[in-house]
Design a protein around this ligand. Structure first.
Ligand SMILES: [Zn+2]
Length: 457
């Protein structure tokens, strides 16, 4: 710890360790499975109770889906305002038979709490809440204004977040957004992520005849639906790994100097990655840097290709119908609308009988590593953790940060608190208790570290 102002706060956290763990156990005992609409109201009420216990004013914002909670504490215009974002919904726990202890009966084994949602995301925003509580208890006040936005639909793609942020932009106004979600770097070092990739999912569907046919009686005259998709897909990406959809990547921004330097500092052992996944090689293109591919390049993934017969033995069928499910990961400054339009134009040109069906999408987001508050945040996270902080320019996956960077127009950072092996979305999801406590300390250090900042000053 290199900030003496934190000593009483960290003391408070140490003294209340067991009570804080008990609070988290209570919180994760309440199911909140958004995809199955189980326990959502009760979970929202519980989250609201926790925010109110801080002395926050809380508004429950109804949406066509599950409610969001908007809490606020302090509105001193001379102080910076931090907006913390999190989600109280969790992934479905299935398959249940793979859980060692039931997903909604939190159990402690070997220093870890096992429960659905304990890492993703209840343990992480609970750490943020307890950081605020500890700061208040130990120092009698907060050095920043604090806002909290908790949604109940992150695990189903945040379909209403952008609209709520647009409608409540004034109430949500902040100088920066901090999200504690996702896993920390496997090294356990403090981690800050500055961006996320977006995603656009779609289906390609084709029907070439009213019904399947005999591959002899019609073979050579009836078009094969699967071949139609295979030929089309082959025009969309080349064997050397380049996406060949016209215009798709026109708006891709190359990494900045700072981002290149940050990527070069990230630990990487490609041999270990290959061994861990049982791969013999990395995907093409071989000439592109590992992290640049994950953070600064779009992808085109065939999630599944279906049609014809795949039962036992053989069946000499000529399929009349086929579907390919695909997703494209987007990087700054691509937009889902432009990506869908480029795919549709490409398909219309190369396979006019194929239909594109748009599915869910989320824009990418990027915050400049050089933005002034980034240096303060780095220092704050380092104050709560031993050793330097790892800067990760972007996560490969997607979070709805675009609502903050593009709609509110403020820098957004992800500061994960969960262990890298938390098994989020999988059976036996867990959070290490030491990570939970380090998360509370980090949250408190962020409040202290940003307290002296004058935005725009
Ligand atoms: Zn998740």
């Amino acid at each position: 710890m290199n900030n003496p102002a934190l000593a009483p706060v960290f003391n408070h956290i140490d003294k209340n360790r067991d009570a804080f763990v008990a609070r988290l156990l209570d919180y994760v005992r309440q199911p909140s499975i958004s995809a199955q609409n189980i326990g959502m109201d009760a979970a929202a009420a519980l989250a609201e109770w926790h925010l109110r216990a801080l002395g926050m004013t809380v508004e429950r914002i109804e949406t066509p889906g599950h409610p969001m909670l908007l809490g606020q504490l302090g509105d001193d215009p001379a102080r910076p305002t931090i907006l913390f974002y999190g989600h109280y919904d969790v992934q479905p726990p299935e398959p249940l038979e793979h859980w060692v202890s039931p997903p909604f009966e939190p159990t402690i084994r070997d220093g870890r709490i096992y429960a659905r949602g304990v890492a993703d995301n209840k343990g992480q925003h609970m750490a943020q809440i307890l950081a605020i509580e500890s700061h208040l208890a130990a120092t009698g006040g907060l050095p920043c204004n604090v806002k909290f936005l908790l949604e109940g639909e992150e695990e189903v793609g945040s379909p209403h977040l952008a609209q709520v942020v647009r409608d409540h932009a004034e109430r949500l106004r902040a100088d920066l957004v901090v999200t504690a979600d996702g896993p920390m770097h496997p090294s356990g070092r403090g981690t800050i992520l500055y961006g996320v990739r977006g995603v656009a999912s779609f289906e390609l569907r084709v029907r070439t005849a009213r019904r399947d046919a005999h591959s002899g009686n019609f073979g050579g005259v009836m078009p094969n639906a699967i071949w139609t998709l295979v030929h089309l897909l082959a025009t969309m990406k080349s064997p050397d790994g380049r996406i060949t959809i016209d215009g798709l990547a026109d708006t891709v921004l190359p990494p900045t100097e700072a981002e290149r330097a940050a990527m070069a500092r990230l630990p990487l052992d490609i041999g270990a990655v290959l061994a861990d996944m049982g791969m013999t090689r990395l995907d093409a293109p071989a000439d592109r840097d590992y992290f640049e591919r994950l953070m600064f390049q779009p992808t085109l993934t065939i999630n599944g290709l279906h049609g014809g017969y795949d039962g036992p033995g053989s069946k000499t069928v000529l399929p009349a119908e086929a579907v390919a499910k695909c997703d494209i990961r987007l990087v700054e400054a691509m937009t889902p609308e432009a990506v869908f339009a480029a795919v549709e134009a490409h398909v219309a040109q190369h396979a006019p009988d194929v239909t594109v069906i748009r599915q869910g999408a989320m824009p990418p987001s990027r915050t400049s590593m050089d933005t002034p508050v980034a240096a303060l945040l780095r220092k704050a996270v380092a104050a709560a953790r031993d050793g330097a902080v790892l800067d990760i320019p972007s996560m490969g996956g997607s979070l709805p940060d675009h609502a903050f960077t593009r709609i509110l127009g403020v820098p957004a950072f992800v500061v994960p608190y969960a262990n890298a092996d938390s098994a989020n979305h999988a059976p036996n999801e867990n959070m290490r208790i030491d990570c939970f406590l380090a998360g509370i300390r980090t949250g408190a250090a962020i409040l202290t570290g940003l307290g002296n900042w004058t935005p725009g000053g």
